[in-house]
Design a protein around this ligand. Structure first.
Ligand code: SF4
Length: 499
């Protein structure tokens, strides 16, 4: 007979679990591996989220009459050994892991004396087979997104994009007025199960970050409530302020649904369709907000997974040959740079910061500082509650620090000019966003020009970067020398913990 093996990020009743619910499989197997959870200094909330969601998933299945074998073991291998000792004739069926790696899991099962059949992962809208058939190896995200819109019919109007445009980002770059109040997002206080898990995390793991303020959805019901809350209270203004960075605000109007999506508690189709229903029912939800939200889920999230599965060696890609260590303040938060200090505080407190904080603060600084892409990726992977290899690696290595040009056409490097325009942090920062050299000059500025100068051979002829080199040329000579000296000082200060 068959046992359904449910991995920790496959907490969905679609796929093989439906067989167990229908009585077509003996039982469900779930394994919590302590060694796996101790491999990185994970955020305590990330560990608690995964373990609590797994245990709630187990409990709901049991309530519905499914037999669940739940192993808490030191390693996956030990958990599998214990299972096959008791059920030597049983074979496993499991959904393919989201980020690949089925062969390694198959070996693990075979070493434990068992067999496993992998079937399609049903937590995404695009299968690897469909992507391979469509992709010529060099398709852009925009190509993918339009293809997905046509395939699914989402935001389409008789073959054309709804409203006439594929993308309304021009309207999605506003900063909120001073008196704008962001609605509080739905939070889910820990129940007894989550409290027990939090106690275990405190006692058993050398975890990073705060665990006191845990509020993530750990059940499907909570996740559906979070989806409703977002659509009812924050979707309307989501797009308008989606790129803003605001002091004192960690969530803004972002959906905060990625942790639940990436665990399988929500399916991307139901998230998109719920948002479309809200748009259809209300006159005050603008199309640019809806489209921006749908693009994140239908476009970018799915594209990142396919790129991760397509590109070999992405985890080690380092085309700029950057090798510096990640500054300690990514872990401690101890920096005078107001924008980075607060964005890292968001991660410490919640295991989360929104996409512009990730890209234009944390990644931008690491890119221009020259951090080894793999080190930054490890930090994101450990620190963010929604981070899994298939999503973190391409986002950080490709988009964040231009370790590969497999799917990005330019590095996302920026000076304080951009940060000052999109955030209100600079006004309260001891550094001067308008200065490039001198002790008080914003570190982003010297690092930015230094980065352009350092990688001129590669970037000058990039059509999306060429215009910037006109500015580099105007600084060439003493000015550029002084800027590069300031960049060296910035790196030394960061390494000494004095930035
Ligand atoms: S001055 Fe520089 S370091 Fe300070 S908040 Fe602005 S961009 Fe960030």
């Amino acid at each position: 007979m068959t046992t359904v093996w449910v991995l920790g990020d496959q907490l969905t009743r679609r796929g093989p679990v439906s067989r167990a619910l229908d009585g077509d499989a003996d039982r469900v197997l779930m394994v919590e591996s302590r060694a796996f959870a101790a491999r990185h200094p994970y955020h305590g909330q990330k560990l608690a989220l995964v373990f609590s969601a797994m245990r709630h998933f187990r409990d709901r299945l049991r309530e519905d009459g499914v037999t669940v074998r739940y192993e808490r073991a030191d390693t996956f291998r030990e958990g599998l050994d214990a299972f096959f000792d008791d059920h030597p004739e049983e074979s496993l069926v499991a959904m393919r892991p989201a980020g690949g790696g089925a062969d390694a899991l198959r070996d693990l099962v075979q070493d434990a004396g068992g067999r496993v059949e992998f079937v399609a992962n049903e937590s995404f809208l695009c299968s690897p087979a469909a992507f391979r058939e469509w992709d010529d190896g060099g398709q852009s995200h925009e190509d993918f997104y339009r293809w997905m819109r046509r395939r699914t019919g989402y935001l389409m109007d008789d073959g054309d994009p709804l409203g006439g445009e594929w993308n309304y980002d021009e309207q999605n770059r506003e900063t909120p007025p001073d008196d704008y109040e962001f609605p509080d997002p739905a939070r889910f206080p820990p129940d007894d199960t989550t409290e027990r898990v939090l106690d275990e995390v405190r006692a058993e793991y050398d975890a990073w970050g705060a665990v006191e303020v845990f509020g993530w959805p750990v059940t499907r019901d909570d996740a559906l409530d979070a989806l409703d809350d977002f659509c009812e209270h924050r979707l309307a203004d989501f797009g308008t302020y989606q790129d803003a960075v605001v002091a004192g605000e960690w969530a803004l109007n972002h959906s905060l649904l990625s942790p639940a999506l990436n665990l399988g508690l929500l399916h991307p189709a139901e998230v998109i369709e719920r948002a479309i229903d809200e748009y259809d029912a209300r006159a005050d939800v603008p199309l640019h907000s809806l489209e921006g939200f749908v693009r994140q889920i239908l476009g970018w999230r799915e594209f990142m997974r396919q790129v991760y599965l397509r590109e070999d060696g992405l985890a080690d890609a380092n085309q700029l040959d950057h090798s510096r260590d990640l500054p300690d303040f990514y872990w401690t938060g101890d920096t005078d740079m107001a924008c980075l200090r607060e964005s890292i505080a968001h991660v410490r407190e919640h295991g989360y910061a929104h996409h512009i904080e990730r890209l234009m603060l944390q990644s931008n600084f690491a890119l221009t500082f020259g951090v080894d892409p793999a080190e930054l990726t490890s930090w994101f992977h450990a620190a963010y509650v929604d981070a899994y290899h298939w999503v973190t690696t391409p986002n950080v290595v490709g988009m964040g620090v231009y370790g590969t040009d497999a799917f990005t056409t330019k590095p996302y490097a920026a000076s304080a000019n951009y940060i000052n325009r999109m955030s209100d942090h600079c006004a309260g920062c001891p550094y001067d966003p308008d200065a490039t050299t001198g002790e008080d000059a914003c570190p982003f500025n010297a690092l930015y020009w230094d980065f352009l100068a350092e990688h001129e051979d590669r970037l000058r002829h990039n059509y999306r970067m060429a215009g910037l080199y006109h500015h580099v040329d105007t600084k060439r000579g003493d000015e550029l020398d002084a800027i590069r000296e300031r960049a060296d000082d910035v790196r030394a200060l960061a390494d000494a913990g004095d930035l």
